[in-house]
Design a protein around this ligand. Structure first.
Ligand SMILES: *[C@@H]1O[C@H](CO)[C@@H](O)[C@H](O)[C@H]1NC(C)=O
Ligand SMILES: *[C@@H]1O[C@H](CO)[C@@H](O)[C@H](O)[C@H]1NC(C)=O
Ligand SMILES: *[C@@H]1O[C@H](CO)[C@@H](O)[C@H](O)[C@H]1NC(C)=O
Length: 386
């Protein structure tokens, strides 16, 4: 009897311990905050409900598997290419993941353009490539040229597109920072991929995919970096002045680059090996610092992109899509993003100089703040000065 009860006790304790362990494991499970269902109400409900609770609410039976994102596996076959070993880890990494186009979404903005029920007439959608660490830049843009507002009766909206940075605790901390911003400003789209230079094309494609679903009605987009000075008021005026100013026709304009050859020097940030791009020249494209495009062009680029293999340089990739569509990128004199060396007589920090431009590369956050106020100063008189 005593022996049997001891066996029973041990059995019971074991069961208890196992149960406790299961509970622990269950609650330590990384929260699948990338589940679309759990995120979609992110910026509305997250202030009140913890993400764990929201997760439990969404994880009712019947909803489990269908939304689970498929995590893209690396293509190990690429390692058998004869020259593979000679490439830098960055290029190797690119080749391993080149085919991946879907990554779990961490932060969504389903209602940025009014949502499916009440779509808003967004005239200019500012799509700004940022990365988790660039908090100061985002903060300043929110207060200056990227402020959400109406200008001359046209609605301007803002989105930062972001991946993830770092690993372990650092990655988590940065994700939390971005989540706080998202809760406060509702202006961050984030996906769970490494936010690196060579993943910018991926970021671009993921954004276009989002737009197709959540904001197809946006008439025009400014696609640009978070370290530029954009005169968004001038952009609205320019776009409004076009004959086709409803976004339904092709438009793609910025600083136009023609006949640029791929960089073949392995030490360069822009190095693209022959294996990745074979031709001697890239098609015409607009420098990625900032360009304007219509909603129509964004949509057709997204559709054709499915059939065009990823090239790591994002602005060139857009040019490749345009070439495949037989559409031309255009040049706008007001966009100065590259190799712009003004004469010594021109003060590029003079508000009257910037007032005429659409976009200029590149300024630290404090200068963006200062200059935005300068050019919007009602007392600024640019006719008397030269
Ligand atoms: C599944 O998730 C959707 C939101 O994505 C929710 O509206 C729906 O109620 C859920 N269904 C079940 C059975 O929980
Ligand atoms: C994987 O890489 C090999 C070699 O480059 C290529 O032939 C194959 O199409 C790739 N597979 C995928 C799924 O991209
Ligand atoms: C792109 O992102 C994926 C997913 O995070 C990552 O595995 C890969 O290394 C990144 N590629 C580059 C070239 O940084």
């Amino acid at each position: 009897m005593g022996r049997i009860s001891r066996v029973k006790d041990i059995f019971a304790i074991t069961i208890l311990l196992l149960g406790a362990m299961l509970v622990l494991v269950y609650f330590n499970e990384p929260q699948p905050c990338y589940q679309e269902s759990a995120i979609s109400e992110g910026h509305k409900s997250s202030r009140k409900t913890s993400s764990l609770l929201r997760w439990h609410q969404k994880m009712k039976p019947g909803n489990l598997s269908q939304d689970l994102p498929t995590i893209c596996k690396r293509n190990t076959t690429v390692a058998t290419i004869s020259s593979f070993e000679s490439f830098s880890p960055m290029i190797q990494d690119f080749l391993y993941y080149r085919h991946c186009r879907s990554f779990p979404m961490i932060l969504d903005l389903p209602d940025k353009c009014g949502g499916a029920d009440e779509p808003e007439d967004v005239f200019l959608l500012l799509v700004i490539k940022s990365s988790p660490k660039n908090y100061e830049r985002r903060e300043v843009l929110r207060k200056t040229w990227a402020e959400e507002r109406s200008y001359k009766g046209k609605m301007i909206r803002r989105i930062f597109i972001i991946g993830t940075d770092g690993s372990g605790f650092e990655k988590e901390r940065l994700n939390q920072l971005v989540m706080l911003e998202h809760q406060h400003y509702s202006d961050v789209l984030q996906w769970d991929f490494k936010d690196s230079f060579f993943n910018l094309t991926l970021k671009q494609i993921l954004f276009l995919q989002w737009m197709e679903r959540r904001c197809p009605q946006a008439r025009f987009l400014l696609n640009g970096d978070d370290d530029v000075f954009a005169n968004t008021n001038n952009m609205v005026e320019y776009l409004q002045s076009l004959k086709d100013n409803d976004g339904s026709k092709h438009l793609f304009t910025g600083q136009l680059l023609r006949y640029s050859p791929p960089v073949r020097e392995p030490w360069s940030k822009y190095f693209v090996p022959f294996l990745v791009y074979q031709k001697d020249f890239y098609p015409a494209y607009c420098s990625g610092g900032g360009y304007l495009l219509s909603g129509y062009t964004a949509s057709v680029i997204y559709k054709i992109s499915a059939s065009i293999q990823i090239l790591p340089i994002d602005d060139v990739y857009m040019g490749m899509c345009l070439a495949a569509l037989k559409l031309n990128p255009d040049s706008h004199m007001g966009v100065k993003t590259l190799w712009y060396v003004p004469s010594k007589k021109v003060d590029t920090y003079h508000p009257c100089f910037l007032k005429e431009l659409l976009l200029m590369h590149k300024f630290p956050p404090s200068d963006v703040y200062f200059l935005w106020h300068q050019i919007n100063n009602p007392n600024l008189n640019c006719n008397t000065k030269t």
